[in-house]
Design a protein. Structure first.
Length: 209
């Protein structure tokens, strides 16, 4: 009796997880079995939180400008919560939650993308009327922002103060993948807007005083 022949099924090859080497894929498949789901999706769509940690971009922010006010007046404006919310570009909400600590919500346009960020701002290394360090931690659907920025005030004449800042910014997630040219353009725009807003607040304070 001749045995019946059955067609041999070819075993389908597993598709590689886009964006991750095989070793990383195997590791996360064992540790987080729910992470390895639909392999047709890009890695950041399957697990955006993980993508935020694996993909980041660092840049340096620097800028300075002389404003028509003495250091004590500039300091007074920067220490006022309501005024600070109007000065920092994109802030739609700033709430003081402790000594030199704030909860914030920012809305910023990055090229074709409008994104809302929420997180914390904290002032450290405070030297009255001379400067402070601003630590920023902001989160959004398209990525996270962590920054440490040193802000200093230096008198340049009897009625002018140089406001300068220097710091490092770390972007992660999709935000980091938008490219140096786009991010650099946005940071330049925000810098100009910051100084313009500061000048406006100083002018307002002259009319109310």
């Amino acid at each position: 009796m001749v045995g019946k022949k059955f067609p041999v099924r070819k075993q389908k090859r597993k598709k590689r997880l886009p964006g991750f080497p095989d070793k990383i894929k195997k590791f996360f498949g064992k540790v987080f079995p729910n992470l390895i789901g639909n392999l047709h999706q890009p890695a950041w769509q399957m697990h955006p939180g993980l993508f935020n940690y694996l993909y980041f971009y660092c840049m340096q922010l620097t800028g300075k400008q002389a404003v028509n006010a003495v250091p004590s007046k500039v300091w007074e404006i920067l220490m006022d919560t309501d005024a600070l919310a109007r000065i920092v570009p994109g802030i739609s909400r700033l709430e003081k939650i402790g000594e030199n600590q704030y909860k914030s919500t920012l809305a910023i346009k990055l090229g074709p993308v409008n994104s809302s960020f929420t997180g914390d701002l904290q002032m450290e290394d405070i030297s009255i009327e001379k400067g402070f360090t601003l630590k920023v931690q902001q989160n959004s659907k398209i990525g996270n922002v962590n920054a440490t920025i040193k802000i200093s005030l230096q008198p340049v004449s009897d009625y002018q103060t140089e406001v300068a800042f220097n710091g490092d910014v770390k972007l992660s997630g999709m935000l980091a993948g938008m490219g140096q040219r786009l991010i650099g353009g946005v940071s330049n725009t925000l810098t100009k807007q910051f100084f313009a807003n500061l000048e406006e607040e100083l002018e307002k304070s002259k009319t109310t005083s």
